[in-house]
Design a protein around this ligand. Sequence first.
Ligand SMILES: [Zn+2]
Length: 637
Amino acid sequence: MPASDPTGGRPVDPSRGALRPLGLAEARVTGGFWADRQRVNGDATLDHARTWMEKVGWIGNFARGDAAGPVERRGREFSDSEVYKLVEAMSWETGRRPDPARTREIDELVATIGAAQEPDGYLNTAFGRPGQQPRYSDLASGHELYCAGHLLQAAVAHTRVHGPGELLRIARRVADQVCATFGPAGNPGICGHPEIETALVELFRLTGERRYLDQAALFVDRRGHQSLPPHQFGWSYYSDDVPVRSATVLRGHAVRALYLACGAVDVAVETGDDDLLRAVAGQFDRTLARRTYLTGGMGSRYADEAFGDDFVLPADRAYSESCAGVAAVMLAWRLLLATGEDRYADVIERILYNVVATAIDDDGRAFFYAHSLHQRTPTRALPEDEEQLGFGGGPRAPWFEVSCCLPNVARLLASLGTYLAAADGDGLRVLQYADALIDTRLADGRRVALAVRTGYPDSGTVTVRVDATDGGVWPLTLRVPAWARGATVEVDGVSRPAPEGRLTVRRDFAAGDEVRLHLPMAPRFTFPDPRIDAVRGCVAVERGPVVYCAESTSDEPVGDLDMVRVDPGRPPHDDADRVAVWARLATPAPRAWPYGEAAATADETPLAPLRLLPYHRWARRGPATMRVWLPTTTDAR
Ligand SMILES: [Zn+2]
């Protein structure tokens, strides 16, 4: 194992697959939409999360206590995992942007974490200490292996960026203890919340220690046999209802299902189990086709944070947890690397612009847990020093009792550069569009350096310039998003239509050569599948990869958004920095009973332009109501 990964490291590093991911040092966001968010993440969110984790005691939980007795543990049973995710985010951030002070901060946190490790490697602040439940006495909801998984992922990130150190030593002892306890001849249990599976595979990829992969495969195979206790929401809540390779769709708690699917793909890739890979890919396909919001958000049931049945996708009860967005990016990325299929990059783009970009406030110090697509009552202002107990609706809150989402988004943003491009066969594929510098080596060792310039997603023009190349013919491939009908590509001043999915320019590139992609960015109506009853008769507006919404605030009141009716016969159009549709307000006559033999009569205002804004911009201008899906004037009321 090298001192640190010379590529700068990446979250997922499979040994085989259609694409080879790049490391943080090989692909950097240099400006624009995502650079802004990475800067806020590094400058504000990480410190914000650290401060809160100190304040609510989650970091202090690692203290061993002193002569006065053991420390009183605070927070939920899984709070250790949030500290680990923060360390992971900080680790990627120091790889993206070296910072000695941050590196020292990580070392201090690692020392704090390490002090809580038991002599046999076990590490969890909620179990096994005096006055606490015994270890592994509540696998269904104790989250011990889930927490261990996040520790392993933090160690992988830290090691790839900084080289092997104390955190890796801690993590290997944790993993060894897990393998010793849950190996083939040991405890046959599984954790109620998957996560350890994908983490063990990545630790195997880092260390080459085969038993970590074997243990992950064992955990994947053990799931789905109803070995966990019955749950009020059924065994599907923790994906323990059907074996992974027999399931047809993701179900139950969305984050659990998605993390498990990530682990199953990782196991499938490393063991050459193509049946398992196909099974998970099929489940994800069906989930995308029937159980996913327009934003790419997943999960439509609050009570169990779960996927609903097919087409149960109510806008005003969209759960769409930020963590499920991150987890779906993780799964789509693994499937993209394994298969090379462009549509997974489209999925990642959709989630990034409409869930991840929506999650965090402009100052980086407040966030959404759930992502409603229809806010009927105005959001309210929240005090900056108040922890929120609930998850739902707006506005973004500085902290929640369960704050899984903030460090999860933070670790994704810090490592976002690694999702921009990948090596394929003998060439290079640009997968996401941002101002970026890409500097890597092709499969045969030749160096290629590219500069990507774009105003994306405001502008659809993407210029990829070859800055350096060792010469010889190689293919440069650019993704053509599925929404970009009519895209063109320009090479040497000659323009031609871009094919669907991706375009490849294969030539003996010279420094200074440019390939320019033009993606049509006219706003467009999007219509839902008629089986999604909750939004039947509605339209949404998208522009490029960005979903739009109507928002009513005190500074820009639109009226009652429940009354909006959009004319679907007149296409949406650009309006200064916004997008506008033609709409009227239809006010039904008051009735004592909201049902009747005839449709309600309504007073209607004349059609007028209604200005929409990107969904990711909502709830940033004070208390607001909002909706993504807009009823139409042709809708039978
Ligand atoms: Zn979360």
